[in-house]
Design a protein around this ligand. Structure first.
Ligand code: NAP
Ligand code: F7E
Length: 355
């Protein structure tokens, strides 16, 4: 049974990756941060009480990317075959408010992890969560050959993490691959990222719980994909013979305004009646136009996205409507069930975690 260690297991991608790896028979070990309340909402459905005698296939450990000893301890204890470094201060706007902290966690945190791998001599395959934010102001479409032009403390920290990952690959022979993933969303997306902020607001407006939606720049363009499809690439990347850097995206780009039209339009509302602009959501420097050229992913891994912009908006809308007990007008739920049913087969297996 292969063992995977996931940093950022409690995040959007960490939760989907956990489900995928469990369905593939892995033992999954995840690092979580200590907080005064449990912060495991996205993975609680996987919890099985170990006191019931179940054989543990999932365990959680306290640790932090800012703490070298916690990283070394968890690697020594788990002896993983694969490490997925998904933990980060991942919010671009917040990185302008907390630039030093973002650099420490998102940038130096990756170095700490790689250095722990080198020092412990662990024979692991390492995945680094790189990002389309690295391309910043570079002209679209962006591929592996596009030069980085980071436009935020977050992107600069991710650039450091990306280069140091490449350095440990070349300098120390670590099997280290970076997925340069464009934006990917889901019903589990953090509530302050723009897609989820919009779908939650539409549902709340429909339920009479919210009057207006305050937004920033509506003209930036993003290549939005569906998170469960993207975590599959992370896994496939580490199964490949050679470590590499790989761009992952849909090759389709839309403005924030178009996402508003899609989400409000889905329940027959006009976004212009509800959306107000609040400059607090503008960023000192913006990334205007991201569009993936993911041909290498198709050539090397045979990977292609199935869920596109409209389906993504519908899936997220249906989930947020359901959360508020509202009827979904479309068939987004069918989409979800049909295409990803197999992933949830781990539920039949014995899974346990001690938190
Ligand atoms: P997310 O939902 O924000 O999750 C981030 C995870 O990192 C959470 O589990 C969080 O723990 C953890 N974390 C934060 N600070 C930490 C620290 N100091 N030590 C240990 N863990 C810490 O992010 P995501 O959307 O799943 O993205 C996963 C990764 O891919 C991130 O590195 C992100 O930057 C990168 N990425 C994301 C996208 C995207 O569109 N989603 C695209 C490209 C790259 P808590 O739950 O305790 O906060
Ligand atoms: O913003 C604009 C905002 O915060 C998208 C992270 O996962 O993807 C994400 O970074 C766009 C930007 O994502 C609001 O200015 C307008 O142009 O959803 P976002 P992001 O900044 O693209 C990349 C790939 C990552 O790696 C990151 O970790 O939407 N926008 N009005 C707004 N954005 C937010 N959050 N809130 C607004 O009110």
């Amino acid at each position: 049974m292969k063992k995977a260690l996931i940093t950022g297991i409690s995040g959007q991608d960490g939760s989907y990756l956990t489900e995928l790896l469990l369905s593939k028979g892995y033992q999954v070990h995840g690092m979580i941060r200590r907080s005064s309340t449990f912060n495991t909402g996205r993975i609680d459905h996987i919890y099985r009480d170990p006191h019931n005698g179940d054989k543990a296939r999932m365990r959680l450990y306290y640790g932090d990317l800012t703490s070298t000893d916690s990283l070394q301890n968890v690697i020594s204890e788990v002896e993983p075959d694969e490490i997925y470094n998904l933990a980060a201060q991942s919010h671009v706007r917040v990185s302008f408010d907390m630039p030093e902290y973002t650099g420490d966690v998102t940038g130096l945190g990756t170095l700490r992890l790689l250095e722990a791998i080198r020092r412990t001599g662990a024979k692991v395959r390492f995945y680094q969560a790189s990002t389309s934010e690295l391309f910043g102001s570079a002209s679209p479409p962006q591929s592996e050959a596009t030069p980085f032009e980071p436009q935020s403390p977050y992107a600069a920290a991710k650039a450091y993490a990306h280069w140091v990952t490449q350095n440990y690959r070349e300098g120390y022979g670590v099997f280290a691959s970076s997925g340069i993933l464009f934006n990917h969303e889901s019903p589990r997306r953090g509530e302050t990222f723009v897609t989820r902020k919009i779908t939650r607001a539409v549902a709340a407006i429909l339920a009479g719980k919210q009057e207006h939606l305050y937004m920033g720049n509506l003209d930036s363009k993003r290549d939005w994909g569906y998170a469960p499809e993207y975590v599959e690439v992370m896994w496939r990347l580490l199964q490949h013979d050679e470590p590499m850097d790989l761009v992952i995206g849909t090759g389709e780009s839309h403005t924030v305004r178009e996402f508003l039209e899609e989400a409000f339009g889905y329940v027959n509302l006009d976004y212009q009646d509800y959306v107000r602009i609040d400059p607090q959501y503008f960023r000192p420097t913006e990334v205007d136009f991201l569009l993936a050229d993911a041909r290498k992913a198709k050539d090397v891994l045979g990977w292609e996205p199935r869920i596109r912009f409209k389906d993504l908006a519908r899936i997220m809308m249906d989930a947020d409507l359901e959360l508020l007990g509202l009827e979904a007008p479309g068939d987004g739920k069918c989409l979800l069930a049909e295409r990803f049913d197999g992933w949830h087969r781990w539920e039949d297996q014995i899974v346990s975690m001690d938190k």
